[in-house]
Design a protein around this ligand. Structure first.
Ligand code: 3AM
Length: 187
């Protein structure tokens, strides 16, 4: 079985900016599993464990969706924590830009994969880039202050031109994500 998800890649220029904000936040201390900047992505749909045979139909569905999707622009902007700043389990970077196109793409992915047996997501879509996952409560106040000081964070805008089907291998040192299939937008 393959642990799979559908996501958008972020370009290197953005990864560098994410590495910089991570560097500043790391100085605040705390126990955080920081996501390596080159592994940061924007998750559209987590598929869970799927069989190897189901990869080609998933790829085909994403290809069909992409054939009627136009490229659009996004820009990393702001930061915060899930479920809240106080509880802080996931540290994230927000997104601005063509949010309508992004929501449309998310909906398109849901609809394309539903006939293959993937249930529709019932939670609201909160587009974000996961920067780190909090592992312990130590120095949490300092981390919260650091994150509040970064509210004005922005990185370079980038064009979204494809969706990527990823495989996720869980490792003690952090998950490894491998692209299995890329579906380029064709409009
Ligand atoms: O990088 P982010 O956090 O956006 O959190 C996991 C990660 O997204 C999410 O799928 C992405 C690749 O691992 N994920 C993991 N398990 C999940 C689950 N059971 C999940 N999303 C929803 N439900």
């Amino acid at each position: 079985m393959i642990r799979a998800f559908v996501a958008l890649e972020v370009p290197e220029t953005v990864q560098e900016a994410l590495g910089q904000i991570q560097g500043r936040l790391k100085k605040m201390g705390g126990s955080v599993g920081w996501v390596r900047p080159d592994r940061v992505h924007l998750t559209l749909k987590f598929l869970g464990s799927v069989s190897e045979e189901s990869i080609p139909p998933i790829a085909e569905a994403l290809k069909e969706l992409s054939s009627r999707t136009a490229p659009f622009e996004l820009r990393p902007k702001g930061c915060g924590a899930f479920p809240s700043m106080k509880q802080m389990r996931v540290i994230w970077i927000g997104l601005a830009g063509d949010m309508k196109a992004l929501s449309g793409l998310k909906k398109g992915v849901e609809e394309a994969l539903r006939p293959l047996g993937f249930p529709l997501e019932d939670r609201p879509f909160k587009p974000h880039l996961t920067l780190g996952r909090v592992k312990g409560r130590q120095r949490l106040r300092s981390l919260q202050e650091g994150l509040l000081a970064e509210q004005a964070f922005e990185a370079e805008a980038f064009d979204v031109r494809e969706v990527v089907l990823y495989k996720s291998d869980l490792r003690p040192e952090g998950a490894i994500y491998t692209p299995l299939f890329r579906a380029s937008f064709n409009l």
